[in-house]
Design a protein around this ligand. Structure first.
Ligand code: ZN
Length: 325
């Protein structure tokens, strides 16, 4: 057994009493399902679950087993009373009662939940046309226990499913562990490095030059056309011969975005991703530094800077033109 944590209210008799007051009370009053038991929903279930028993869709097969007609799969009972998406956009009063219990458990520090088991007892098979309703009561709130997940309490509720005549067709004991998550060690200093570019034989020269703080642009040896990003063939004349020119570092802002998501530990969010047009004429995707998004304007002059991200990676970035390195 456990020693309660120092901040626990678990040993507080008043708290125990408030928890105990929930036992036996109704979390959900009798609530009818939105639709009667019906063949289309049965068909979806049978297909999704890949059920092979023909008694759910084939009336002759069902009659051959002594049943009057097709029957719904027993495990579907919960499906007939689900409110689906509506529950998230129009919470019911009963959701409020459930929330009260969740809040009270959270007050005791039991902020996390994991379902442990669902014990479903079927008393009669449901057939198309049946109208199912469900009610839920709190059956038990256990004493505080230490579990592998942390210190917590097992909460058991009992759902009772009834038909239109009020006869019980199924019961479901639903047990969850509400627990206080174990303290996790503080995360270590981020050690992330910038994502690696995909370097290959066609573009390695460009990154090699960057490591030497030279921004180069590939040039066709035959027609002289400049191109970026690097590639093996000139898009103008299809020549495979090329060399490079070194860019002077002057550029203008062509376009940009402010990147908020997805976050990456190597980047300080938000950050600026831009397309800049070099004075030589080619464009380059890069980051902007020492600039605020609010001050950016298409066409504004920019000046090359170098980002030595880590020993293996140096990248050209651009800052204001009127500010020297
Ligand atoms: Zn060419």
């Amino acid at each position: 057994m456990s020693a309660p944590a120092a901040d626990s209210t678990a040993t507080d008799p008043a708290y125990e009493q408030r928890l105990a007051a929930f036992v036996g009370t109704e979390l959900q009053p009798p609530t009818p399902g939105p639709d009667p038991v019906n063949v289309p929903m049965i068909r979806h279930w049978v297909e999704a679950m890949e059920l092979t028993n023909p008694v759910h869709l084939d009336a002759d097969a069902a009659r051959a087993t002594g049943r009057a007609d097709v029957v719904a799969p027993a495990a579907m009972v919960q499906a007939w009373v689900m409110r689906g998406y509506a529950a998230t956009v129009r919470p019911t009063a009963s959701a409020g009662r459930f929330q009260e219990l969740v809040d009270l458990l959270a007050e005791g520090g039991y902020t996390s939940v994991v379902a442990t088991d669902s014990d479903l007892e079927i008393l009669r098979e449901l057939v198309p046309g049946d109208r199912v309703s469900v009610e839920e009561v709190v059956e038990e709130i256990g004493p505080e226990k230490r579990t592998g997940l942390g210190v917590g309490r097992f909460v058991t509720t009992l759902k009772t499913y009834r038909d239109a005549e009020g006869e019980v067709v199924a019961t479901q004991r639903w047990r969850t562990l509400r627990f206080r998550p174990q303290e996790k060690p503080a995360p270590a200093e981020p050690t992330a490095v910038r994502p690696r570019p995909a370097i290959n034989r066609d573009n390695a020269f460009w990154f090699d030059a960057a490591r030497e703080h030279r921004l180069v642009v590939q040039r066709c040896s035959d027609c002289g056309a400049l191109r970026h990003p690097p590639g093996p063939m000139c898009p103008e004349c299809r020549s495979l011969a090329w060399d490079t020119v070194t860019a002077g570092g002057e550029a203008v802002l062509y376009s940009w975005v402010v990147a908020h998501h997805p976050r990456h530990p190597a980047f300080e969010s938000p950050y600026l991703v831009a397309v800049v047009e070099l004075a030589e004429g080619t464009r380059l995707i890069t980051n902007l530094v020492d600039l605020d998004a609010a001050d950016l304007e298409v066409g504004m002059p920019l000046r090359l800077r170098w980002l030595d991200a880590d020993p293996d990676l140096t990248l050209p970035v651009f800052g204001p033109a009127d500010q020297e390195d």
